[in-house]
Design a protein around this ligand. Sequence first.
Ligand code: HEM
Length: 377
Amino acid sequence: MACPYAGNGSLHDDTATPLGTEIGMIYGEYLMLDKVLSSQRMLSVVDNRPVHDEHLFIVTHQAYELWFKQIIFELDSIREMLNIEDLEESKTLEILKRLNRIVLILKLLVDQVPILETMTPLDFMDFRTYLAPASGFQSLQFRLIENKLGVKSDQRVKYNQKYSEAFGNESAAMDAIQKSENEPSMLDLIQKWLERTPGLETDGFNFWAKFQASAEKFLDQQVQTAMQEPVEAARNYHLMDIEKRREVYRSIFDRDVHEALVSRGDRRFSYKALQGAIMITFYRDEPRFSQPHQMLTLLMDIDSLITKWRYNHVIMVQRMIGSQQLGTGGSSGYQYLRSTLSDRYKVFLDLFNLSTFLIPRDAIPPLDVSMRKELIN
Ligand code: HEM
C-alpha cells in the first residue's frame, strides 16, 4: 500500500528500509484496518444476489457506531470530571472542549443521513429481507448515549419490545444498559452543579427572592400600562395576557407547582437547579458565569442535534418503507419513531424553557458589591 506520508524524508532517512511499505504497514496495524476494512459482509453477496447499495448501508451504520463510541468516550470523561464537589476552572475548560466536540460529531451525524438517502426504496427492498430481525433499535451504543445523558426509562415511548430485552441473551450488553441506568447521568450531575451556583444562598445574595420581587414589579408595571389603553377590548386582552404570564411565573415561584410539573414529567430540574440555571442566564456577562453559560448552551445543542437526527432518521424511514410497514425490529416503524420526537426525549428540556421566565434586562435585580466581587473571581 502506498504510504500517504512518503516523501517526507526528514523522519526516515534510512534508505535501507523500504519507506512506503514500512510506514504503510504501521498505519494499517495501528488502526487495525485489517479488521475494520474486512467487516463489510454483504449478505446479498453471500446469497449470490449482490445488491450494490448494501455496501453503503453497512458502511453508514458502521460509521455511526464508531462516532457513537467516541461520543460515549467523551461523555464518560465529562461525567467523571463533573462528579466532584469543587469544579476547578481548568476542568470547566476541558469539559467545554469535550462538550463542543460532541456537538460537532452530532452535527456530522445529522449531515450524514442524506448520503444513505441516495439509496432508493427499491434498492433497499432488494436486500431488506436479509436484515431482519436486525434493527437500529438494537444499537446498544445509541441506548447508552441516551441513558448516560439522562433519558429515563419511564419517559420512553412504550412498544412491544422492551429496551432492555432488545439485547436478548447478551449479558454484557444487558449489564452495560443496567449500569448506565443506575450511575449518575449528565442530567443528575449538571443538576448538582447548578444547585451550587453562587448567589442562591438565602442568607447571602438570595437571588431567588430578588428575582421574584423584580418579576412581580415588572408584571404590575405592565398592568399599569395596560390600564391606560382606551379601547376596552384591547385593554381586557392585555390584562388577560398579563394574568397568563403571572401564572407562568407562579409555576417557578410556587414550589408545589414546580414539584407537580416534575412528577408529571413536564419539568426535569430540581427546584434549586432551576434557580441556578436562571441565575446563570441572567448574569452570563459576569466573568464567573461566562463558562457555565457556555456549558448550558452546549447541553441544549446536544439535545437539539439528537432531536434533529431523530427527525432526519424518521423522514428517511418514511421514504424507505412508508408509514404503514413494521420495522425489522418489530415496532410500528415510522409511527413509533415519530413519537420519539416529543419533548419526553429532551434531557435538558428545562434549559429550552428558560426563555419563558426571562424579564427585560433593566428589570434584572442588580448585583450588590459582594456578589459582583464574587463573580469577578
Ligand atoms: C434505510 C435506512 C434505515 C431504515 C429504513 C431504518 C428503519 C428503522 C426503523 C423502522 C426503526 C424502528 C425500530 C424497528 O422496528 O426496527 C429504526 C430504529 C432505529 N434506527 Fe434506523 N433505519 C435506517 C437507518 C439507520 C441508520 C443509518 C442508523 C444509524 C445508526 C439507524 C439507527 C437507528 C436507531 C438508533 C434506532 C432506534 C431509535 C429509537 O428507538 O429511538 N437507522 N430504524
